[in-house]
Ligand binder design. Structure first.
Ligand code: G3D
Ligand code: MG
Length: 183
């Protein structure tokens, strides 16, 4: 059985503190908007199975959340080791969180090289509320290219926008990349 048939994929979700990583995972895995994400600091990873639609295949995602460790660069490389996919996340209301993604990308690349990845701009609900974009779509697209992510999605963990779609796409990208690797 080729290794890609295992279909347990380690994924890391990265980005500055407060962009919504833990909340996104709770939304995706438990289907809820967690009001107080700080309570979940002890959790290291989440498991969730995803069905790849037209392939009729199920994969299990093991998604690692940095929790409070965003600040501790010395231990972060341990998180990345063995990851098959990366979810870069920023907050659509905080430009600095978008700018900082290049640092995350450089750090990750040192450990695992090029990997399937997607870019999430979270908290779109806040942007829809104020009715005005803080970060232009073009800037997001530019960053997506800079960090070499394959797709960009606007998400809201609060209002459940774009999240399951994003995880489906990254699962598919990983599946396809491993399939090619083992041909
Ligand atoms: P992190 O894991 O990246 O550090 P958290 O981020 O998941 O802890 O989320 C940080 C804050 O953003 C939390 O609010 C959380 O409720 C909020 N948040 C996460 N996703 C969304 C979203 O899609 N929309 C909105 N409006 N808020 C979101 P608190 O108040 O607990 O700091
Ligand atoms: Mg967190």
């Amino acid at each position: 059985m080729p290794p890609y048939s295992n279909r347990l994929y380690k994924i890391c979700i990265v980005g500055d503190g407060g962009v919504g990583k833990t909340t996104i995972l709770h939304r995706f895995v438990d289907g809820v908007f967690l009001e107080n994400a700080k309570l979940t600091i002890g959790t290291n990873f989440f498991l969730k199975s995803v069905k790849l639609e037209d392939e009729n295949i199920k994969v299990i995602l093991q998604i690692w959340d940095l929790s409070g460790q965003e600040r501790f660069s010395i231990i972060r490389p341990n998180f990345y080791s063995g990851a098959k996919g990366i979810i870069y996340t920023f907050d659509l209301t905080r430009k600095l969180s978008l700018i900082n993604l290049l640092k995350w990308k450089n750090e990750i690349e040192h450990v695992i090289g090029e990997t399937p990845s997607i870019l999430l701009g979270n908290k779109i609900d806040l942007i829809l509320d104020i009715g005005e974009q803080i970060i232009l779509k073009e800037e997001c697209e530019l960053k997506r290219k800079q960090i070499n992510a394959q797709f960009f999605f606007e998400t809201s963990a609060k209002n459940n926008i774009g999240i399951s779609k994003a995880f489906n796409i990254i699962s598919r990208r990983i599946y396809e990349s491993l399939k090619i690797e083992h041909l």
